[in-house]
Design a protein around this ligand. Structure first.
Ligand code: ZN
Length: 404
């Protein structure tokens, strides 16, 4: 089982503190340092703690910016999940296993959603972090909960590695204050659980750009014509090997229009990194620098508090290449907190990534060196294929939100 890696105190002095220009918080938890999911699972890799350690190597946390996540209370989980499912998750943790009847009924304790130590506590903490993040946004700060973004979970069952649907719980917290919420899902997979949760709430708009479900999980839904009964869902499925040029064109087709027309009070951004080229489960060809550029676009063009701070809750999501993920989310944190961090990795950051137990496959060779040197990848710009152009055109011509 792989363990989350700690930053090593080498001979190099700690990095100077990079000053923040925006009021943002990073929500993590010491318990994420312990491995979960098991070594054979795509999520059995260091993620949140590795990201926080890399950020520390840059000296990019100051006092008060790193918050320890609280564990969601049962009543909070029950705002979306069924009482029975929450009770079963707790019982499994207490028993140290999943009973057969629960395995079938709730889709837990199998390869997809395996049993692991702190089976209830870890997902409940990730969920608590998103509710806490929503509260930070209500209080005037940008919040980033990288353990969140578990967008596939349903009220009474786990799906696609997701036990509790923290994006839904975070959005519900904002809805409690009457805020209108635009949910933007950049994960390589369709944000189906969140779309389904809000299909009857006209004050939430869910927007998802993703791998076409013809070839990718969840293998149904997420088509351009799937608008939902209230027309409050925007879906843009994209073909395999979508490059930076194509994804930027897709994002620019969707983002400025939806944010302007829907006029939300806040944005919840699911920032799964499985769209990045070497991701073992993703089939897109996107660079880290484009990902960070998209986050900057969301910061620029979204709703703000009176002092100009964006009303933005950012969650994690998929991302199964730990080195790509930690570099990318470090860039996301730099963008959110308004820091100009060098693109080059500091020596301690390089040592941190080199110490991760991760088998490079052949696809990694091309950019292997740059993984440990920079937060940028080789460019992924390319031609805009006719297929992509056709999809953008169809969305513009058929979705009621774009026709108004
Ligand atoms: Zn995903």
């Amino acid at each position: 089982m792989k363990q989350e890696t700690e930053a090593r105190d080498g001979d190099t002095p700690p990095a100077p503190i990079a000053p923040a220009t925006r009021d943002a918080v990073f929500i993590g938890a010491a318990r994420y340092r312990r491995a979960s999911y098991g070594g054979n699972h795509p999520l059995g890799i260091p993620r949140v703690s590795l990201t926080a350690d890399l950020i520390r190597c840059y000296g990019a946390f100051t006092e008060g910016e790193y918050l320890e996540s609280y564990k969601a209370r049962v009543a909070e989980l029950e705002r979306f999940h069924t009482r029975e499912y929450v009770a079963v998750m707790r019982r499994c943790e207490a028993l140290g296993k999943v009973r057969d009847r629960h395995r079938k009924r709730h889709n837990i304790g199998n390869f997809e959603n395996p049993y692991f130590t702190d089976f209830f506590t870890i997902p409940a903490t990730a969920a608590g972090g998103s509710i806490q993040g929503a509260e930070e946004v209500l209080a005037g700060r940008i919040a980033f909960n990288p353990a969140g973004g578990m967008h596939h979970a349903m009220p009474d069952r786990a799906r696609g590695f997701c036990f509790f649907n923290d994006p839904v719980l975070g959005i519900l917290r904002l809805r409690q204050e009457g805020w209108r919420v635009l949910y933007l899902d950049l994960d390589a997979h369709h944000g189906d659980g969140v779309e389904c949760a809000f299909r009857n709430d006209p004050h939430v708009l869910t927007v998802s750009l993703h791998m076409d479900t013809e070839y990718a999980y969840p293998f149904e839904g997420g088509r351009i014509e799937d608008h939902g009964p209230l027309r409050n869902a925007v879906n843009l499925p994209l073909p395999e090997a979508t490059n930076d040029t194509e994804y930027r064109a897709a994002f620019e087709t969707v983002w400025p229009q939806t944010v302007e027309r829907f006029a939300p009070d806040a944005v919840v951004l699911q920032a799964g990194t499985d769209m990045l080229l070497p991701d073992p489960l993703g089939k897109f060809s996107i660079s880290t620098q484009l990902f960070v550029e998209l986050v900057e676009r969301v910061l620029e063009a979204g709703p703000c508090h009176v002092d100009g701070t964006p009303r933005l809750l950012v969650l994690g999501g998929g991302g199964y290449h730990p080195l790509m993920l930690a570099r990318c989310w470090t860039g996301v944190w730099a963008a959110l907190s308004g820091r100009a961090l060098p693109l080059g990795l500091p020596p301690r950051g390089r040592a941190l990534l080199e110490a991760v137990d991760w088998d490079m496959d052949e696809e990694d060779e091309e950019y292997y060196a740059s993984l440990f040197e920079s937060r940028c990848d080789p460019g992924r710009e390319g031609a805009l294929r006719e297929d992509v152009g056709r999809r953008l055109d169809m969305l513009r011509r058929t979705h009621p939100l774009f026709l108004r």
